[in-house]
Design a protein around this ligand. Sequence first.
Ligand SMILES: *[C@@H]1O[C@H](CO)[C@@H](O)[C@H](O)[C@H]1NC(C)=O
Ligand SMILES: *[C@@H]1O[C@H](CO)[C@@H](O)[C@H](O)[C@H]1NC(C)=O
Ligand SMILES: *[C@@H]1O[C@H](CO)[C@@H](O)[C@H](O)[C@H]1NC(C)=O
Ligand SMILES: *[C@@H]1O[C@H](CO)[C@@H](O)[C@H](O)[C@H]1NC(C)=O
Length: 471
Amino acid sequence: MTDVKAAELIFICFMLLQGFVASLNCTSPTPESLVDALENNVFPKKLVRPVKSFSSPVNMTIGITVVGIIGVDEKSQILTTFLWQILEWNIEGLSWDEEECGTTRVSVPREQLWVPDINIAEYMDEDKAPKTPYVYLYNTGHVFDVKSLRVVSSCRLVIYTFPFDIQNCSLTFGPYLHFATDIRMIQGLTSEEILKESQDVLQTNGEWELAGISVAPSTLTLHGGSYSEIKYYIILRRRPVLYVVNLLIPSCFLITVDLFSFLLPPQTVDRSSFKMTLILGYTVFLLIMNDLLPVTEETTPLINVFFSISLALMVGSLLETVLITNIQCSSSQYSAVPRWLSVLVLRYLAVVVFLPRKKKSNQITVFLNPSLRVKNSSKTDISAIHLQPVFGDTPPVKPPPEPALDELRKLSRDLLAIRLQVDKHFQGSETSQEWQMIGIVIDRLLFGLYIVFIAVSFITIICLWSKHYAA
Ligand SMILES: *[C@@H]1O[C@H](CO)[C@@H](O)[C@H](O)[C@H]1NC(C)=O
Ligand SMILES: *[C@@H]1O[C@H](CO)[C@@H](O)[C@H](O)[C@H]1NC(C)=O
Ligand SMILES: *[C@@H]1O[C@H](CO)[C@@H](O)[C@H](O)[C@H]1NC(C)=O
Ligand SMILES: *[C@@H]1O[C@H](CO)[C@@H](O)[C@H](O)[C@H]1NC(C)=O
């Protein structure tokens, strides 16, 4: 009895080593007979890898198609995609005759066959895609298994060039348990085929565009063994239109308005209050648009630098306006312009900003009465003799009587006081004029610097963006 059992065991072992399953013999070309044959010869052997010898690996051919790009979460660095995963392998030795069994392929429940434990290394969440219960079994022993996967995978998202960013996310397919000696991953479709197929079926037309796919086999060495893997690199390009329309263009508009507000006269407080309103508006705009901006701790996107520069420029121009308005409006209380400042600003900087000094001196001579200057020297001592030319119409022949002379002296004192006052006024007015001139020159100069700074920083940012986008 035991001999028989031992013989049976030896026979089974021999069968396992010689051939995993023999070719099936159907009694008639009907599903029932095929099912009978499968149930007797194939399904009971789902416990081990379908190979004739333990030393030969199962060749697992894999292909994927990207069906949807559901979302990219910059904050948690997660990419969500929807894929079709196609696995193909052979059950060694299995075959049946098409004539005899009536078909070349049959769908069988996944549970009835040995299926590989192919997994994605970047999985971050469970797969919520609908499960497919069947696989195709061909009469050559070929197994064809298509599954849909909702892949929530970790991906290192680089948002430096947001919204002109391109992401490169990897999906690594490999067996969870089996070493490379047991399951060998083989790339099925080429990257061009995957890309073309994916672009044909891609259903989401959202923010992300599938720009490319590349495939590379790789080996992971871990736990003292090596795993065979296939790595897919999914290249995603963001469609920037939404962000350009909602963020960049309004921002540029506000900066342009700020730029043009330099044309308002700085003498009044209008310009500064106008700029203040602009800054307020810009702050509100940034608050509203904050939700659209991605956030990570790692890098600051260039667009945030752009907004910061814009805000800094607005604040800077407001400060400049306050300074200039102060110079323009309260310069009459200032002391005289220091010589060096006058020379520096009015002689050199004025030329730099194309505001020649000539214009300034014209303006001043209009206000200054030259006759006053001529008479300046005569004011030290006033006597009757000196007064004579002033009151030229009085007859000089005989000296006036004493009361009249007193009256005249009094008059002369008054006149002198008035003239001193007027003189002082014009003196102050001259200082004020000079200060105002300095204010105008500085205003022009800072306006020029403002334009240069805007141009340089914006061109730099645009260059960085286009460089990254083209790469
Ligand atoms: C099917 O029949 C052939 C001979 O006709 C035989 O060699 C083979 O072992 C049979 N297969 C099974 C699974 O019984
Ligand atoms: C797997 O492929 C290799 C070479 O491509 C081949 O030598 C080997 O026999 C294949 N194994 C199976 C089980 O088909
Ligand atoms: C994506 O990243 C991988 C690994 O870092 C790299 O080999 C590959 O060239 C990258 N692809 C693109 C298009 O940048
Ligand atoms: C006018 O008088 C003031 C002081 O009284 C003097 O500083 C100034 O140089 C004089 N101007 C001229 C043109 O003589």
